[in-house]
Design a binder for this molecule. Structure first.
Ligand SMILES: Nc1ncnc2c1ncn2[C@@H]1O[C@H](COP(=O)(O)OP(=O)(O)O)[C@@H](O)[C@H]1O
Ligand SMILES: O=C(CO)[C@H](O)[C@H](O)COP(=O)(O)O
Length: 505
């Protein structure tokens, strides 16, 4: 439907809120709404009560549709946080809390899964599913014994990903999962099958696992009860979504092979589009897949803009940027991990945030943190290059950190490449585009997306700044290598690329 009077609904189940956008095929936002979510955090534990997702969605969708009364809705798609899972009973009712994407309690289960040959990271959904089975799998009180694989899970249990619950309420029946959310539960996107033998060995039987469909597949339509609750017209097609990381990539428009998008939110997620998957024996880089077959390789770092908030909870970013400019390039070198342990561009569970040298006051520390995030981003691109990933297409910057023009320019200088900043980059926009693609049923996702996404700014790197930033970058690479976190061949590759960019040795 290229009709400008119709809207596509994108729904984003985030960590802190549910966001809903109603957007035309040309990217005009007709309405938006959001409603807060609360979680329980305590050390490495991070849970949410899944019941709140539906009530928050009802509030947010009513707000979004309320500003565009009578506009026909062509379809909707839902994204959720990647790696968030819970257990439900046979009729889809939650029997456990949701373990959020960054809950870090399933470390032992992750090690077991890797031993069984599955390349998972500690916070992925598969280890969490095993952990949940141990806690909630056999009825009350089974705890650790079942977690060690000693007891079979109760017969009617099912594993659900974050969007599944609200989709079940929207259509009136529990849906199959989208293959994007199941990637971190061990689903093989190449074979389009669950690795049954390895999962059975881990105590995760087939009957617990959802059926899986490609993103953009029609799952059903909004039922009358859901229409009453959400304000979304009954009969609106509901399409399978993707993870919020993929949704953000769709919203950035980076879907042509060779293009990349860097989402600088609380943490940094870098993703590209390629014709073939990017093979990484260490499992640091993983590959999502768009419904048209394009591979979406990338990784999620623990460095990010959250470090600014952690150090300066009440700061005005624009005022701090203005003061920090005097310290560029920063002699103090930082690797600003938001939480301990790094996942990309190297795997180092023992890594901690690093500041080498003495930053001068608040503004000096701010400068070091901005620069350090840019250096981490550069190292991610260096690592992708080391793996042979094509990096020759355009780069976009999205996420909360991309609101800072000063930081965007600094990052372009550090990366020594131009960067584009789109106008509207929310994951919910990506879901609206996926809904439009899914409903049309043909063509390339990139074509649909490029009509919806509008680029705001293009930043060109300044060669003199790139050269001035080379020395502190090289110092950081050496420091990460000396600590045993960054493998030597990756460090050498990064330094070689630096010399090529600056023409210096
Ligand atoms: N103007 C700005 N300059 C620098 N950082 C910013 C600015 N505005 C927002 N941020 C940072 O963006 C982060 C939130 O980004 P967002 O993409 O909304 O996060 P999330 O990862 O929670 O989805 C916060 O850590 C905040 O410090
Ligand atoms: O912080 C996140 C929570 O969802 C990121 O989006 C996530 O880590 C990236 O995951 P993916 O690449 O699987 O979308």
């Amino acid at each position: 439907m290229a009709d400008e009077s119709a809207g596509w609904l994108g729904i984003d189940l985030g960590t802190q809120s549910v966001r809903v956008l109603l957007v035309t095929a040309a990217g005009r936002v007709l309405g938006s709404g959001s409603a807060p979510l609360t979680g329980r955090r305590d050390g490495v534990r991070h849970e949410q009560d899944p019941e709140q997702w539906w009530s928050a969605l009802c509030t947010a969708s009513r707000a979004a549709l309320g500003s565009a009364p009578g506009v026909p809705v062509g379809g909707l798609a839902v994204c959720g946080t990647s790696g968030t899972v819970l257990l439900t009973d046979g009729s889809g009712r939650p029997v456990s809390p949701a373990l959020m994407y960054d809950d870090g309690r399933a470390v032992a289960e992750a090690a077991r899964a890797r031993k069984a040959g599955l390349a998972v990271q500690d916070t992925w959904a598969l280890p969490k599913a095993l952990w949940l089975l141990g806690e909630y799998g056999g009825g009350a009180g089974t705890g650790r014994a079942a977690r060690a694989g000693g007891r079979a899970p109760a017969p009617r249990l099912r594993l659900a990903h974050q969007p599944d619950l609200v989709i079940a309420r929207l259509t009136g029946e529990p849906p199959p999962a989208d293959s994007s959310h199941t990637l971190k539960t061990g689903y093989d996107l190449h074979a389009e099958a669950w690795p049954q033998a390895a999962l059975a060995q881990l105590g995760l039987p087939e009957r617990l696992l959802p059926d899986v469909v490609r993103p953009g597949t029609r799952l059903g339509e909004v039922c009358p009860d859901a229409a009453d609750a959400t304000g979304i017209p009954a009969g609106t097609p509901v399409l399978a979504g993707m993870t919020d990381g993929c949704a953000a990539q769709i919203a950035s428009g980076a879907l042509r092979p060779g293009s990349w998008n860097s989402v600088l939110g609380t943490t940094l997620v870098l993703k590209g589009a390629t014709r073939d998957p990017v093979r990484d024996p260490t499992g640091v880089v993983y590959n999502h897949r768009a419904p048209d077959g394009t591979w979406l390789p990338g990784g999620a770092s623990s460095v990010g803009a959250g470090a600014l908030r952690a150090h300066f909870p009440d700061a005005d970013p624009a005022a701090m940027d203005a003061r920090a400019a005097a310290f560029e390039p920063s002699r103090a070198v930082a690797y600003p991990l938001v939480s301990p342990g790094e996942r990309f561009p190297f795997r180092a569970p023992d890594a901690t945030a690093l500041v080498l040298g003495e930053p001068e006051g608040d503004a000096g520390l701010w400068a070091a943190l901005l620069q350090g995030v840019g250096f981490a981003e550069r190292l991610c691109l260096d690592y992708l290059h080391h793996l042979g990933a094509p990096l020759d297409g355009p780069l976009t910057f999205t996420g909360g950190g991309a609101r800072s023009r000063y930081w965007n320019q600094l990052r372009a200088d550090i990366l020594a490449r131009p960067a584009r900043v789109p106008e509207q980059t929310e994951p919910a926009l990506g879901m609206a585009a996926l809904a439009a693609y899914g409903a049309s049923g043909a063509g390339a996702l990139a074509d649909v997306t490029e009509r919806m996404v509008r680029v705001r700014t293009v930043l060109e790197p300044r060669p003199d700044r790139t050269a001035a930033l080379a020395e502190p970058y090289a110092r950081l690479v050496h420091a990460l290598r000396e600590r045993g976190w960054l493998p030597a061949p990756v460090a050498e590759h990064a330094l070689t690329r630096l010399h090529l960019d600056t023409g210096e040795s």
